[in-house]
Design a protein around this ligand. Sequence first.
Ligand code: GMT
Length: 374
Amino acid sequence: MKIGIVCYPTFGGSGVVATELGKALALKGHQVHFITYSQPARLDVFNENLFYHEVYIPTYPLFQYPPYELALASKMVDIVRFEKLDVLHVHYAIPHASAAYMAKQILRTKGINIPVITTLHGTDITLVGKDASFEPVVTFSINQSDGVTAVSDSLRAETYDFFQIEKDIEVIPNFIDLEKFRRQKKEHFRMAIAPSHEKLLVHTSNFRGVKRVEDVIRIFAKVHEKIPSRLLLVGDGPERPKMEKLCRELQICQDVRFLGKLEAVEEVLSIADLFLMPSEKESFGLAALEAMACEVPVISSDAGGIPELNVNGVTGFVSPVGAVDAMVQNSLYVLDDAHLPDFKANALKRARDFDIEKIVPLYEAFYQRVISEQ
Ligand code: GMT
C-alpha cells in the first residue's frame, strides 16, 4: 500500500506512535509518506520506502496565527495526487482530522476518493477536544473519517460519552519495539548514578500539569525516607521549574537528577527499578509500556487506559489519581528485594502483549478494510 501519515513531529506520544508505525510499515514493504511541519523526531533511519514531505507555512503580516491547517490540507492534496496514495492516516484529531476532511473534499472535485483514517490518541479527546473552541470541529471530523481508531478501550468509551459520534471506533492499542526497548547491560552507568546500590526510580514525561510530576516528587521523597534511593526525571516541560523548587523545599536535590529530553530513554530505563506514572489523564501510557519492556515495574494512577496496561498487583500497582500515600506503600512493596524480580519479569511478559509484530498487522488489516469499503 501507499500510505500517507500525518502527525506531530515532536517527542509526544502520538508522534512517536505514528513514526514507529510508519517505520514498521516501510520495513514490511509498504511505501510510507510522512506529511508534517518538521522531520519527526524518531524518523532517523534510511529506508527506500520512507518519505518525508515538509509542510511549509507561509507567513504574512496579516496573520497573527499562520493557518497551518490550510497549508497541511494543501500538502495532503498535492502528495495524494502526485504519489497516488491509497490511504491517509492522521494521528491526533486536532487539526489533522479536519485538515484531512478538507483535503478529501478538494480531491473529490478532481475525481479522487482518498480514504481517511483518524487515530485518537488522548488529549485530542480528553482535554483539548472537549473545549468548546474545538468540540464541533472534532465531532464533525471524526464522523467524516472513513475509519476511526482509539489507543485504548477507555479512550473509545470517553469519545462516545462526550462527543456525538456515529462512527464505529476500533481499538488498536499502542505497541512497542522490543528490539529497541529491552534491558541493556549498563552496570557502569548504574554504578555512576547509584554507587551505593540505591534503588532507582524513574519518571519520563512532557512535564505538563496532567502528568502530576509533583506527585512523583512527593512519592519519591517518602520512599527516600525509608530506603536509599534516587530519582531520575527524563523530559522537559512547563512544570519543571516548580518541580526543581519543590525538590529544594523537600531537601532531596542531591538524590534527584533532572536529565532533560533524551533520545535513548531505554538506556535510563535499563538501570531503573521502578517507573512512576501518577497522571491525571492518560489514554494509554506509552512511557509506562517502554519502561515495562525494559523490565521496570510501574506504580501508576488509574487514569484512562493505564489499567488496561499496568496490571494491578502483577506488573506494579494502580491507585486512584492523587493517592500519594498508597503509591508510596506500593512502591516500597515492589522495591523489596523479595518481590522485585517477580514484578520485573511480569512487566516484561505484559509488554510482550503489545509487541509491534502483533499490533502492526492490525493496522494493515484495518487499512485494507477501509480501502475495500470505499
Ligand atoms: O501525553 C501527552 O501529553 C502526549 C500525548 C500525545 O498525543 O502526544 O500522548 C497521548 O498519546 C499517547 C500515544 O498514544 C498515549 O500513550 C498517552 O497516554 C496520551 N496522553 C494522554 O492521554 C495525556
